[in-house]
Design a protein around this ligand. Structure first.
Ligand SMILES: *Cc1c(COP(=O)(O)O)cnc(C)c1O
Length: 356
């Protein structure tokens, strides 16, 4: 720490990203990346001619991408804002809508960035504990006095809320902004997009990182009322107007237009999740009901740390959070069928060794 750092950042605890190891032959199931590559249309679009245009700035409006997203969701272009990953969209939301006096409610066990953003943007974080079975209890979010953010499905549990439950939260918080982070929505839960017609206090945040296989491209977006989107663009154009690079704009535009590939790959992941869950349960694991591209599971025999470390030694990497009440769980990204079979085989070996 230098002597120049602002006082307010001295106690800041940055977000810890999942490991991105530099070794080969690793089965990487720790950061919820999509095991299937981007759409073939993306590969075609990022060609030499496009790379040779990199001396030019990108379109600061990312108009073609914004239009493609708006068309996909049946919204007006003025209801869509794009960012450098949904992380940036979330950051802009904090900049636009939170200050030192405002309160900010989110599930205590959820995406780690919410707390980090609350700290860096100096708003009053009010983590709400999960209830029975590590669930978000919608009643806990009714009639609050601040901004609410809920990941649906939640991370790292994978458990989704019903649309009626979210509507209850929107309805009872008409004077509060409610942000629904739909990073994993395409893997089985229902999106709140239809609520945008009725609720001007709803902001939906989504990403191309998971269901559209573009984590490396860093593209996220927000959907909301024209007024909310205008506010977010006010921040974007005051901070980093060229927040999406030329190649990412192209990649994301092609990804959203290739619906056939999107449907095919997300269905594969949902099917793999179903069969993998059954097999893991047969090995004595508790697996939370997931609507995401990962499962949150705990063994009856191995502690979360033992299981994580055992798999790591076998070149399989999952995510473990050393905190209560989830330290006995690991989060396992759904990869290809063969990745999951390798993990199951490694799990059997670890359980046998433990039993000896
Ligand atoms: C992965 C993830 C994000 C961030 O996605 P990027 O678009 O890659 O920044 C946001 N929210 C949740 C809940 C996530 O899991």
């Amino acid at each position: 720490m230098s002597r120049f750092l602002k006082k307010q950042y001295e106690s800041l605890e940055p977000y810890t990203p999942g490991e991105q190891p530099k070794v080969d032959n690793l089965i990487k199931l720790n950061t919820n990346e999509n095991p299937y590559g981007p759409s073939p249309r993306v590969l075609k679009a990022i060609n030499q001619a496009q790379v040779s245009k990199l001396m030019l700035y990108p379109d600061p409006e990312a108009a073609e991408l914004v239009s493609a997203i708006a068309e996909y969701y049946g919204l007006d272009r003025e209801q869509v804002m794009v960012g450098n990953g949904s992380d940036e969209v979330l950051a802009f939301s904090f900049m636009a809508f939170q200050n030192e006096e405002s309160k900010f409610y989110f599930p205590e066990i959820s995406y780690g960035f919410y707390k980090v953003y609350a700290d860096i943007f100096q708003t009053r974080a009010n983590p709400v504990p999960l209830t029975e079975g590590l669930r978000v209890n919608p009643e806990d979010y009714k009639n609050l006095d601040g901004t609410i953010i809920i990941a649906n499905p939640n991370a790292p549990t994978g458990i989704a809320l019903e649309l009626e439950e979210i509507e209850g939260i929107l309805e009872s918080n008409r004077s509060n902004l409610v942000i629904i982070d739909e990073a994993y929505i395409d893997f089985g839960a229902k999106s709140c997009v239809p609520f945008l017609q009725k609720y001007d206090n709803l902001l939906i945040v989504q990403t191309f990182s998971k269901s559209r296989s573009l984590a490396g491209s860093r593209v996220g977006f927000a959907l909301g009322s024209k007024a909310l989107i205008e506010d977010l663009n006010r921040i974007k154009f005051s901070f980093n107007p060229y927040n999406l690079n030329r190649l990412s704009i192209l990649a994301a535009k092609e990804a959203v237009r290739d619906d056939a590939y999107f449907q095919e790959t997300r269905k594969k992941i949902i099917n793999t999740r179903r069969s993998f869950t059954e097999k893991l349960e047969a090995l004595g694991f508790t697996v939370l009901p997931s609507s995401a591209n990962f499962v949150f599971a705990k063994s009856g025999q191995l502690s979360g740390k033992e299981y994580f470390t055992g798999l790591r030694k076998k070149n399989i990497i999952v995510r473990h959070f050393e905190k209560e009440p989830i330290s006995d769980f690991v989060r396992i990204t759904i990869g290809r069928d063969e990745d999951m079979e390798a993990l199951l085989e490694a799990t059997r070996e670890l359980l046998e060794r433990k039993a000896k």
